[in-house]
Design a protein around this ligand. Structure first.
Ligand code: SF4
Length: 484
């Protein structure tokens, strides 16, 4: 979500007449920090960066520094009190105000702090400068109606606001028209999409409607929530050819007691039941997750339940986190906070368990031919190994060799955004290698755009009126409703 917000910030500033500073320019006219408050230490890192910029700004009068995002929403005026050389502070609900705030701060020669309590305009109506030529984020909702006790998101992003299906599909089409092959539908809880306009099947319909967009080759989404996951979404994933068979579904804990304390209203049985249905409908599905270790009150028996679920679910990858307090969340003041050593020790056991499984799951792909959407390279590592990289349809990272059987290198011909078919020869816990010659290479419009140095821009004005709040019900295209 934050990465996509940064794309909007770039788009807005470019529309306001600013130009991107060349790489390596250490005295740009404006520096914007888009902060995140989900991980620990975000504030230390922000104030550290601001401290380093102070002498630069002192030497370059007129330089402006802006701070936005979740930490700005949380700390508000504290930021300019602690770092009075900051010019603008803006929140998660008013990204669109940034150019005006910069202008006002310059004109009045004083810091501007503007934080709104709810959304100003739906952020997807803002111009966006996309970082990728081949893959794009598309917001379907912002905010969250859940109250997980460890999470700061509802306090900083507000209640769920759903975007109208027609606006979402227009943005997807606009991206595809620019050559984008893959979209990721974004929401804090995609499964509750439609709650605002009273359609609990809206997300499945949206996936099916994406299936009707010519030229759109891959559809992904993040994140689903086990509480709201309905079977029609599994059917839509299985029956819509361009929807990828990959599912990132946060588990957080395998213990029902811990889930209760986290105020996550599903239980491990329901979680595993969803996975079973996904596997029955899509045997090739790659399932990934998020897990928190060491939540207050977690016992060794609770932790063992998490390991049990990890073994049963057979994840292809997992983001693992050590619980740490977030001021402002209910869990921060719970009794039974665990000592750091206990959390660390469980965390290490969890990583070992997860890697054993992800490695075994990856090894099952050795010998299979996979379709890879070529990504911008992994820099020097790819140069050293002579490989290129990309993601398979199931989301796995693949490093592939570019030499043909005749020893000719295709490296100069394969561009980011092209599609390559290649056969997996080696599996590691976190990636796959394909060291034989590519089986096939397809040049794409996304590859042409990458070669020409063009990145897609979606001007907000083309996407319909800035609509927030309870939108009118808009029927999804016929095919999208076929089964309902
Ligand atoms: S569902 Fe996700 S975003 Fe919403 S409160 Fe829970 S963890 Fe936070």
């Amino acid at each position: 979500m934050n990465v996509h917000d940064s794309e909007r910030i770039s788009g807005l500033l470019e529309q306001a007449g600013y130009e991107r500073a060349p790489a390596g320019d250490d005295t740009p006219d404006i520096v914007v920090f888009n902060t995140c408050a989900v991980r620990e230490n975000a504030d230390n890192r922000l104030y550290g960066n601001l401290g380093r910029l102070r002498p630069v700004k002192d030497k370059h009068p007129g330089m402006q520094i802006a701070v936005g995002g979740c930490l700005a929403q949380k700390d508000r005026g504290d930021i300019v009190r602690k770092a009075p050389w900051v010019d603008v502070v803006f929140g998660t609900h008013n990204i669109g105000a940034l150019p005006v705030l910069l202008e006002r701060a310059r004109h009045n020669a004083t810091a501007e702090v503007e934080i709104l309590e709810s959304l100003d305009v739906f952020p997807s109506t803002l111009p966006t400068r996309r970082e990728s030529t081949y893959a794009g984020w598309v917001s379907i909702s912002v905010g969250c109606n859940n109250t997980c006790t460890f999470c700061i998101v509802p306090a900083l992003r507000g209640k769920e606001k759903d975007r109208r299906p027609g606006d979402i599909l227009s943005e997807v089409r606009a991206l595809v028209d620019e050559g984008v092959l893959e979209v990721t539908l974004l929401g804090q809880n995609v499964n509750s999409y439609g709650v605002e306009f009273g359609d609990r099947y809206a997300f499945g319909k949206l996936l099916r409607a994406c299936g009707d967009i010519d030229g759109l080759e891959r559809v992904r989404f993040t994140s689903p929530h086990p509480k709201d996951f309905t079977d029609d979404v599994i059917a839509a994933m299985a029956e819509t050819p361009n929807v990828c068979h990959s599912l990132h579904m946060p588990l957080q804990s395998g213990s029902d007691d811990v889930l209760r304390a986290m105020r996550r209203s599903y239980r491990s049985e329901r979680y595993l039941g969803i996975i079973e249905k996904v596997r029955a409908a899509m045997p090739d599905a790659a399932i990934t997750t998020d897990i928190i270790v060491g939540f207050p009150g977690e016992t060794e028996a609770d932790f063992q339940r998490t390991l049990d679920v990890v073994r049963e679910a057979r994840f292809s990858s997992a983001f693992t986190f050590q619980y740490s307090k977030r001021p402002g969340t209910p869990a921060a003041t719970m009794d039974d906070q665990l000592p750091k050593e206990v959390v660390q020790e469980r965390y290490e056991r969890l990583i070992t368990c997860v890697e054993e499984i992800t490695w075994a799951e990856n090894k099952r792909l050795v010998g299979e031919t996979v379709e890879v959407l070529v990504a911008v390279g992994e820099g020097r590592k790819d140069e050293r190994t002579g490989r290129m990289s990309g993601r398979a349809r199931d989301g796995r990272l693949v490093h592939f060799a570019t030499e043909t059987v005749d020893g000719e290198s295709l490296a100069g011909q394969i561009r980011p955004g092209d599609i390559v078919h290649t056969t997996i020869t080696y599996a590691a816990p976190h990636h796959l290698n394909a060291d034989g010659p590519p089986v096939a290479h397809r040049r794409t419009r996304a590859g042409d755009a990458a070669e020409a140095g063009r990145s897609p821009r979606t001007p907000g004005v083309l996407l319909g009126l800035p609509t927030i709040g309870a939108p009118p019900v808009v029927a999804a295209p016929a095919a999208g409703c076929a089964t309902h």
